[in-house]
Design a protein around this ligand. Structure first.
Ligand SMILES: Nc1ncnc2c1ncn2[C@@H]1O[C@H](COP(=O)(O)OP(=O)(O)OP(=O)(O)O)[C@@H](O)[C@H]1O
Ligand SMILES: [Mg+2]
Length: 301
């Protein structure tokens, strides 16, 4: 396999504390079953379309942190990635939109197909990939000296995308991120003047404004209060009409509430691996691997 040694100057993300809520497996199974029933049978919106990771490996220097991960994210679906701290969830997410290569010493192998085309193919415009595959980080990163409105529209401006009515788009994105009511009267205040949770919702609004095909969310609600968290989860559910969502979460209830599929990652001393992926209902009711069961029932991790 061809190992790409990639160079860049970006910063590593800090890993988070494990904030696992550890409810009973039966209650998680019923939450997941409720979601699956309310959504109905999964039917791909555009057959053949979507994001697919094939045999992805990742390194930091000589440290092999992710081994041979293959995962399919069909259009119209939400996939939750779960697993103990340090097992490579954030690293995997960053390989899906070519952000991994910005970390000094980072290496990667494998393929990531977006609608059938490898995003690592030589000659690929990385900026376009990041517009199609957006990302929301655990730690909100708005542009502090831009206004709230400018923050939301910053991706549009950067990519020189044409928008017929910017005010409508601004309102739509802030509504979907659950922030509109709090900021509608101060759209010209600086992004940095918002609280941490508001900044996170601002970043979600910014990510939505460029209408991505895929939205990668790395523990997006870890700094949010329960009300904002539910609003974001509602947004995620609405987004699946048009966007593929991949969400890393330590909150099992959240995975059960929002996702169609769940992938369980683990690094058993070696590089992180995908132990099991299945419908969320299955993962929380009858996982195939006993390590998955131990994790989702809170026996480890
Ligand atoms: N910038 C970096 N440089 C070197 N090693 C790194 C870097 N970022 C992450 N790692 C290592 O890669 C492995 C996977 O880290 P990663 O952040 O992907 O885990 P995670 O599953 O997201 O954990 P958490 O749940 O704590 O966020 C860990 O061993 C971590 O120490
Ligand atoms: Mg992480």
């Amino acid at each position: 396999m061809d190992i790409l040694k990639l160079k860049g100057s970006g910063q590593a993300q800090t890993t988070s504390e494990d904030k696992v809520a550890k409810p009973e497996i039966s209650s998680l199974a019923s939450v997941a079953a409720d979601r699956s029933e309310s959504k109905g049978d999964f039917v791909p919106r555009r057959p053949g379309a979507g994001l697919e990771a094939k045999g992805v490996h990742a390194w930091f220097g000589k440290h092999h942190v992710l081994a041979n991960v293959s995962l399919n994210f069909p259009s119209g679906t939400v996939t939750a990635l779960i697993g103990p701290s340090g097992c490579g969830k954030s690293t995997f997410l960053r390989t899906l939109n070519r952000m991994h290569e910005f970390i000094p010493g980072a290496g990667m192998a494998g393929e990531v197909l977006l609608d059938g085309t490898d995003i690592y193919k030589s000659g690929t415009d990385v900026t376009k990939i990041r517009l199609k595959v957006g990302m929301v980080f655990q730690k909100p990163n708005p542009f502090p000296s831009m206004t709230i409105g400018e923050n939301v529209l910053s991706g549009i401006k950067l990519a020189q995308l044409k928008v017929s009515n910017k005010d409508d788009l601004l309102e739509e994105c802030l509504q979907r991120a659950g922030l509109w009511n709090e900021v509608k009267d101060r759209l010209s205040a600086h992004g940095g003047s918002l609280s941490g949770g508001q900044q996170q919702r601002l970043c979600i609004a910014r990510a939505l404004a460029v209408k991505p095909e895929v939205l990668l969310m790395d523990e997006p609600c870890s700094a949010l209060d329960p009300g904002s968290t539910l609003r974001i989860e509602e947004t995620i559910r609405q987004l699946t009409e048009s966007v593929i969502v991949v969400i890393v979460t330590h909150n099992m209830q959240q995975a059960a509430r929002v996702s169609d599929f769940t992938g369980f990652f683990l690094s058993d001393g070696g590089p992180g691996q995908l132990v099991e992926v299945a419908s969320t209902k299955e993962i929380f009711s009858r996982p195939k691997d006993e390590r998955t069961e131990a994790y989702v029932t809170g026996r480890f991790g």
